[in-house]
Design a binder for this molecule. Structure first.
Ligand SMILES: Cc1cc2nc3c(=O)[nH]c(=O)nc-3n(C[C@H](O)[C@H](O)[C@H](O)COP(=O)(O)OP(=O)(O)OC[C@H]3O[C@@H](n4cnc5c(N)ncnc54)[C@H](O)[C@@H]3O)c2cc1C
Length: 475
């Protein structure tokens, strides 16, 4: 390493994924000077991605490298939901039941930020109920679901570039934002309850120090915890109560239920395939009613329908969205898999810790301890029964109760959970690390619970809320 140069700024943000980019965009729009430090480059870079290596202890899990991305845009660069030919994602807010009584504020607090997030992410109006998007005249309307507890709602599908393109352009044009790429923060140095500077390493061997009045960690749920643990004194920064890294959550994907639609039912189910309504791409989904979640102590969950291709067509038919546009679906498909995205509750033993080996910069690699616990599986079995009952009028429903869910939705959350009490959470309701005056965390690591929802809409909403808070603070 050559000797350090020092950069001074108002706000230093670590990580240029959706969380860091949105905080930066909002702050520069309000005249704040921002330095955004990103470990990857603008293009894919294997050397940078190698910094995402880590170990997994416990149940089968895809690993820490394939579920993340070191590149400007962060994990958005791996998005795999096609949206009118472009890479994109499923967007959806948390339900009130996911937030009320679980987070330090109620779900209504998030609403104005969700509404702003819709615009920023290039989505349609803030409407996730089925009625707003039902168009019976085109054959796309929710079906009648049987039993108690299952209701129809929607995802909006949106392209990555709608958020990434304009955000990067604004940062470039702003004059008060500096985006440093291949700039990996290895440690936060503190002095009397404040972060003094971030230590930044880069592949060319130059070491920089970035001094700022305020710091925002937006490096993803694994790295946010890893950086806190690798900083401060021996126990880590903000870790007086041993909570940093604990409560890691995923959204296991369950495919144990298959629906074999009765004749004609494929046509009736077109609402649950991706389709465009008034310029917005919509995907109908099966949701749980809040009373049922509470009454039966179910994990919250969301179901999408994916076609099972008949054996004869396996070589040239594609699965995924678009199945409802096929003229004779019963010839091509022998059923619909109900893909459930399932809530995992925080468990203290599911956690990120520092491993024994170091990365190329000498920082201990993260070690993820992850298990799907027996009581979670029992709740999943109850959930499957509710979903199967709800679908019964549409055809034959088959449930494989011995099946285990696949943990790999690639939705990391919960490692620096938000709570007003420092004995219960790492950050307060504003996202500030307890006992560190000028350090904030953005991203899903602050989620106290993660519900069923794909996280990015909530990440963007919380980033807007944090930016408002930082902009309102002293200059
Ligand atoms: C395949 C896949 C599909 C997904 N699909 C969806 C979906 O449909 N809907 C949805 O809502 N979500 C989806 N997600 C999840 C979503 O992409 C993430 O939750 C989201 O990107 C997290 O945002 P973030 O900014 O907090 O972190 P990240 O996106 O992880 O960004 C963190 C950034 O910080 C950088 N960084 C890390 N460490 C350092 C360091 N020490 N110094 C400097 N920079 C650092 C990283 O390089 C990265 O650019 C998907 C994820 C994957 C992988």
């Amino acid at each position: 390493m050559t000797h350090a140069s020092t950069v001074d700024t108002d706000v230093c943000i670590v990580g240029a994924g959706p969380a860091g980019l949105v905080v930066a965009r909002e702050l520069v729009a309000r005249g704040r000077e921002v330095v955004l430090l990103e470990s990857g480059a603008e293009e894919p870079d294997d050397e940078a991605d190698a910094l995402n290596d880590g170990d997994v202890v416990g149940d089968r899990y895809a690993g820490l490298r394939v579920t993340r991305r070191r590149q400007v845009g962060g994990a958005m660069q791996s998005w795999n939901t096609p949206v009118r030919g472009a890479p994109g994602a499923k967007w959806v807010p948390l339900d009130r039941v996911d937030v009320d009584g679980r987070w330090p504020f109620d779900g209504a607090t998030l609403r104005p930020y969700y509404e702003r997030a819709q615009t920023l992410c290039g989505l349609g109006p803030y409407a996730y109920d089925a009625a707003s998007w039902a168009r019976p005249e085109t054959g796309r309307a929710p079906v009648q679901l049987e039993g108690h507890g299952l209701v129809s709602r929607v995802y909006q599908l949106g392209a990555r570039q709608a958020l990434l393109g304009p955000t990067l352009q604004r940062l470039r044009e702003s004059g008060n934002a500096t985006l440093l790429t291949r700039a990996t923060v290895t440690r936060l140095a503190t002095e009397a309850w404040r972060v003094r500077h971030a230590v930044v390493a880069s592949p060319d061997g130059v070491r920089r120090l970035v001094r700022a009045r305020r710091f925002v960690l937006a490096a993803g749920a694994v790295e946010n915890a890893r950086l806190l643990l690798a900083s401060g004194d021996g126990a880590g920064l903000g870790n007086a109560w041993g909570l940093v890294g604990r409560g890691f959550m995923e959204h296991p994907r369950d495919t144990a239920i298959t629906l074999f639609p009765r004749p004609g039912a494929y046509r009736d189910l077109g609402f649950y395939d991706a389709h465009v309504v008034d310029g917005t791409t919509i995907l109908g989904r099966l949701a749980l009613d809040a009373n049922t979640v509470r009454a039966h102590d179910l994990p919250n969950a969301s179901g999408t329908l994916l076609p099972r291709i008949r054996q004869w067509g396996a070589r040239w038919l594609r699965g995924g969205h678009g199945w409802s546009r096929r003229r004779a679906p019963r010839l091509a498909y022998d059923g619909l898999t109900v893909l459930l995205n399932v809530e995992q509750r925080p468990h203290a033993d599911n956690r990120v810790v520092l491993g024994r080996r170091g990365d190329v910069y000498g920082v201990p690699v993260p070690e993820l301890h992850w298990r799907w616990h027996t009581e979670e599986h029992a709740r999943l079995v109850r959930l499957r029964a509710v979903v199967a009952r709800g679908l019964a009028s549409l055809g034959r429903v088959h449930v494989r109760d011995d099946a285990s869910p696949d943990p790999n939705a690639h939705h990391h959350a919960g490692t620096t959970r938000m709570h007003e009490d420092p004995r219960e959470g790492v950050v307060d309701a504003d996202g500030r690390v307890h006992a560190v005056e000028n350090l904030y965390v953005a991203g899903a690591s602050v989620f106290p619970t993660a519900g069923f929802a794909n996280p990015t809409l909530t990440i963007v909403a919380l980033a807007l809320r944090l930016a408002d808070h930082l902009a309102a603070g002293e200059r």
